[in-house]
Design a binder for this molecule. Structure first.
Ligand SMILES: *Cc1c(COP(=O)(O)O)cnc(C)c1O
Ligand code: SF4
Length: 459
């Protein structure tokens, strides 16, 4: 008999890149900001202090970062505020996480603080409420698009305001450029949403969003949780909040809020129903040792946390940054769930990127960590088509940036169109978009190539 000598191949040790996700910013890093120089840890971790010291105007910002910014940058911010469709609100934690030596390049500054010099013209096919959430809304504050799940919007305020918010049609106060739609905002109005959910036995899954559930008083977390868990056919609840990304200390110091949340999770578990938190980290630099402590507390208390990111130009639109984000989230027990294409939102064309970028990054991320921690890359099809795997387009005209999706289980027979940002197209394509009748022809041709009739063209 012949024996086969087999050499074991030794995998070489991983290089330093394999450990970067574990390096979390720690210590009193906020003291580098002039206004927070004398702020001790107990104060910085206090959620009330964080809320009260949030930045809402260019003057607040200047008063906080003082000599760290150049006067020319400050002028740019002032003009950015004037032209922004979203109200501005930035927590001290976020301000302290920005690298003020390079504010134009910083991913956190990019998400929360508008600068006029970066603004670009909106895509000609863009409308407010591009996802048509209002169209699928049977009662104020409820969107029922998919058969078995609904989106409940009990409030329109957030701990911070993101420039890129999909719901800029409703979230935050009116601004110079947008007057906001009213959502259901009082417990009395919520009853109509609960009654609707109770009347639809097919609804098993309710997303409680907003606004942001961080801003719900503890008693209202309990009220909403109890009301929804009491509906027999409701099986799953998700509390959606950007809070862990922008103000993680609230979980550590607002005991009443955290206890209310954990109370609903525990009540659900006793009923055999899943209650989880969905959060929204976009950049690895949003995750610090404070975040790790907050997430460890939720983990210990049995709360599952999943993450939904938005793919944002200059924030996370390259493979290295996205891999780092995914690994860092996994490291602190947050499951990366989705990475969305940026919706067609007013005034933030500088933040969008192409579907091809998402396709490429997905390829680079998959295989870098556990499959269950690998997010799905999604395009929420404008016009109400719902979420589609970015790869699943029926046709993609890359030159003109026109992507056609269909959604057989949401709106059978219809085709939906997503548009890449025009400034990332080749000059000839940019010129074609200047002519509305040529643009119309390009879209019709792309829809025809996808084999469809343009029942729902774009926003
Ligand atoms: C995203 C969304 C949901 C939840 O969808 P999942 O894919 O299950 O996370 C529900 N309703 C609406 C209107 C949504 O946009
Ligand atoms: S936290 Fe969510 S709802 Fe609020 S502004 Fe940001 S993206 Fe919009």
């Amino acid at each position: 008999m012949e024996t086969i000598a087999r050499e074991h191949t030794i995998k070489p040790p991983a290089g330093p890149d394999a450990f970067v996700h574990r390096e979390l910013r720690d210590g009193e890093f906020w003291r580098a900001i002039p206004k927070y120089r004398d702020v001790d840890e107990a104060t910085f971790l206090d959620h009330i202090w964080q809320g009260q010291n949030s930045i809402k105007s260019p003057e607040d910002l200047l008063d906080t970062v003082k000599e760290l910014v150049d006067p020319s940058f400050f002028e740019d911010v002032r003009e950015g505020f004037r032209r922004a469709p979203m109200a501005v609100r930035v927590s001290p934690y976020m301000i302290a996480s920005i690298d003020w030596s390079q504010p134009y390049r910083d991913p956190i500054r990019t998400q929360f603080i508008p600068v006029a010099s970066k603004l670009r013209a909106d895509h000609p096919r863009l409308t407010l409420d591009s996802l048509h959430e209002l169209e699928d809304s049977p009662v104020p504050g409820l969107t029922h698009r998919y058969v078995d799940k609904a989106l409940f919007l009990p409030l329109n305020v957030c701990p911070v305001y993101c420039r890129f918010c999909t719901r800029s049609y409703a979230i935050g106060g009116d601004t110079d450029v947008v007057e906001k739609v009213s959502l259901a905002k009082t417990p009395k109005q919520w009853q109509d949403a609960f009654a609707y959910i109770a009347s639809r036995p097919e609804l098993e899954d309710i997303v409680i969003s907003g606004g942001d559930t961080y801003q719900l008083a503890p008693k209202n977390i309990t009220l909403i949780g109890d009301a929804l868990l009491a509906i027999p056919h409701v099986r799953r609840l998700r509390f959606a909040t950007k809070g862990p990304a922008v103000m993680p200390m609230k979980i550590l110091t607002d005991h009443a809020w955290t206890d209310a949340l954990v109370g609903v999770v525990d009540a659900g578990r006793k009923l055999g129903k899943e209650v989880v938190v969905h959060t929204h980290f976009n950049s690895p630099s949003e995750i610090t040792a404070i975040t790790q402590r907050a997430m460890a507390l939720l983990f210990e208390r049995g709360v599952t946390v999943r993450n939904q990111s938005v793919l944002i130009r200059g924030v996370n639109d390259d493979a290295d940054t996205m891999r780092l984000l995914v690994k860092r989230l996994s490291y602190i027990n947050v499951h990366p769930y989705y990475v969305y294409m940026h919706d067609l939102v007013k005034g933030v064309e500088d933040l969008r990127t192409t579907v091809q970028t998402s396709v490429d990054i997905e390829k680079a991320v998959r295989g870098s960590t556990a499959g269950f921690n690998t997010p799905m890359f999604i395009c929420d099809a404008p016009g109400g088509g719902g979420k589609r795997d970015v790869h699943s387009f029926d046709h993609y005209d890359r030159e003109n940036g026109i992507v056609i999706y269909s959604a057989p289980s949401v709106k059978p027979g219809a085709h939906f169109v997503y548009f890449d940002p025009i400034d990332l197209l080749v000059p000839a394509a940019q010129a074609r978009w200047q002519n509305p009748s040529i643009a119309e022809e390009m879209i019709a041709e792309a829809v025809a190539k996808a084999g469809g009739m343009p029942t729902y063209v774009s926003a």
